[in-house]
Design a protein around this ligand. Structure first.
Ligand code: AMP
Length: 257
């Protein structure tokens, strides 16, 4: 596994790859877990060269403190990346990615960006899409893998790739969960023991096949501040806060099947 930290050295490396090789790519913010690992493994299975990036993107955070406190666990991340046999890990500096000081950005008004996360996290999707566009331009993969855990993100990246004629397949990957149903997330590490027990009820509530209001009420009873419970594109989506930790999840809506 080769670790590359500058754009210049990455560009040199990238230009040495034969055009015939298929390149798979997974963008992450680090603090890796088995959810990320499932993306690396799929990329490895489906491509000749697998690339991952670790980059905590400042422009997609709503609160500066969340950006500053985002767990930085590079050594542990390397273990997971090596285990998944990722070939190249790109860890670019913020100053290099944002050498333009975020003076160029992707701004979306796509309908998918106007609901749920788009309402509760103003500017988040613009920051996320901007960094994903920059990273896709640098990596130039054939296949790029994103988790269904962040379903709106996945849909918007797919739409952006089409809008800008990017020559990349945007591939959605199933959410990896703990046995309790709790979706794996870097934010789970921030939960207290009690909050973790409550968090395990989020997915159960989503799967309960009751009305959106009943789901919402049961989450409030568990002690959550509920931002939204919504049905959208045949899925049910939820965002809740417990203490300072914000959790999201979504499942296929089985109520009408
Ligand atoms: P992040 O590091 O949180 O930006 O996530 C990097 C990628 O991993 C995104 O495409 C996420 O949707 C995906 N991901 C995060 N958690 C999971 C999970 N539990 N299962 C599958 N994919 C995930």
């Amino acid at each position: 596994m080769e670790v590359i930290r500058t754009v210049e050295s990455w560009k040199k490396m990238r230009s040495s790859f034969p055009a015939s090789k298929s390149i798979g790519y997974v963008a992450t913010m680090g603090n890796l877990h088995s959810g990320h690992e499932s993306l690396f493994l799929r990329s490895k299975r489906e491509n000749e060269i697998s690339i991952a990036s670790l980059f905590i993107n400042p422009t997609q955070f709503n609160e500066r403190i969340d950006y500053e406190k985002y767990p930085r666990t590079e050594e542990d991340d390397f273990e997971i990346l090596k285990r998944a046999k990722v070939d190249y890990v790109l860890i670019p500096l913020r100053e290099e990615i944002y050498h333009d000081e975020y003076s160029f950005k992707v701004h979306t008004t796509h309908p998918v960006s106007q609901v749920m996360e788009g309402v509760f996290r103003p500017g988040h999707f613009d920051g996320m899409l901007t960094v994903v566009l920059k990273l896709l331009m640098l990596v130039r993969p054939k296949n790029a893998y994103f988790g269904e855990k962040d379903y709106q993100q996945l849909l918007l990246i797919r739409e952006m790739a089409q809008a800008y004629f990017l020559d990349v397949n945007i591939i959605g990957c199933e959410t990896i969960r703990e046995q309790s149903g709790l979706a794996l997330s870097s934010r789970n590490n921030l939960l207290t023991k009690d909050a973790k027990l409550s968090a395990e009820k989020v997915n159960k509530a989503l799967r309960s096949r009751t009305s959106l209001n009943e789901i919402k009420d049961s989450l409030v009873r568990c002690g959550f501040e509920v931002e939204y419970v919504e049905r959208f594109m045949e899925r049910i989506f939820v965002a809740v806060k417990i203490g300072n930790v914000r959790l999201i999840d979504n499942v296929v809506d089985k109520s009408e099947l």
